[in-house]
Design a protein around this ligand. Structure first.
Ligand SMILES: [Zn+2]
Length: 287
């Protein structure tokens, strides 16, 4: 018996729908915006790695010869908030950025340079720094001027030199987001190792209102992981279980209590950061 024309029309509609919806799904799952809020976070999953003890070697963050061994010690994952103030005796590595008199943590000079170059290239705007490193004394002055906007001395991330309040000509503060540069920084700073430290909707976690102008350096792969999973630095450090190893984006990350730290023998490009919660975050690549 011959099938009716309605059968063929319905079949054609069904096939077309499957092809169109399938293509839309493939686009957003694999080629769409990153992160895509509904279809999940592309490339933002890590896998736990197990090493047998014989594969591991140990060192201490206090060893004097770490630089000789190619191990970088910085504070890129140093957490600062109301619960975890900066100990007043903690010394950060602060240096003026390039030929400017803007003091920044040494750890982020290269990546900040890449970010500001990208802003210039994409938006033709010059990215400026309103506020970078602040001493306890600087913060004391700001806090006494207006305790409703400035954090108490010790509780500002600016003490680390890893936080920057950025702006472009005519667009500063909350207005920064209205500029192309502000949009670019908010959408892409994670590609350069920075995060929006006080995101919208996470005020109860960070203790700070949304600040689209305040960027914080954490380096890779942390910036990508935090942003694509819509985490805060607090939540990220919390989800790194002490002693575990996580492989992500070509890196391995491990948070360990110390004083002895463990990495596999073939680890390279090793970076260690005190996280200000009593642990160290170790980041490395495998040869
Ligand atoms: Zn700030």
């Amino acid at each position: 018996m011959k099938k009716s024309k309605w059968f063929w029309i319905l079949a054609a509609v069904a096939v077309t729908l499957i092809v169109v919806l399938g293509s839309v799904w493939i686009f957003f799952a694999f080629g769409g915006p990153d992160p895509w809020p509904i279809f999940g976070k592309r490339g933002a999953d890590w896998v736990r790695v197990e090493y047998v003890p014989e594969e591991l070697i140990t060192f201490s963050p206090d060893d004097g010869d770490l630089a000789v061994r190619g191990i970088v010690v910085n504070d890129s994952l140093f957490l600062v908030n109301n619960e975890r103030p900066v100990p007043e005796n903690h010394v950060f590595s602060i240096e003026n950025y390039k030929e400017t008199d803007v003091p920044m943590n040494r750890a982020m000079h290269e990546d900040y340079s890449r970010l500001s170059a990208a802003v210039k290239e994409e938006t033709d705007d010059n990215l400026y720094v309103m506020s970078s490193y602040r001493s306890f004394e600087d913060q004391r002055v700001l806090f006494e001027e207006d305790p409703t906007v400035a954090a108490e001395p010790g509780r500002s991330e600016h003490h680390s030199g890893l936080a920057l309040d950025v702006y472009v000509f005519e667009y500063a503060g909350a207005g920064f987001l209205k500029s192309d540069a502000g949009k670019f920084v908010n959408e892409h700073c994670h590609e350069y190792g920075f995060i929006i430290r006080y995101p919208k909707g996470k005020e109860d976690v960070t203790g700070f209102p949304y600040e689209p102008w305040h960027i914080r350096y954490v380096g890779q792969p942390h910036a990508r992981y935090i942003t694509l999973n819509q985490l805060t630095l607090e939540e990220y450090i919390e989800c790194l279980e002490p002693g575990e190893f996580y492989r992500y984006d070509g890196y391995v990350v491990s948070r360990q209590p110390g004083p002895d730290l463990w990495v596999p023998e073939d680890a390279s490009e090793i970076t260690v950061s005190d996280d200000n919660t009593g642990c160290y975050v170790i980041t490395f690549q495998e040869e």
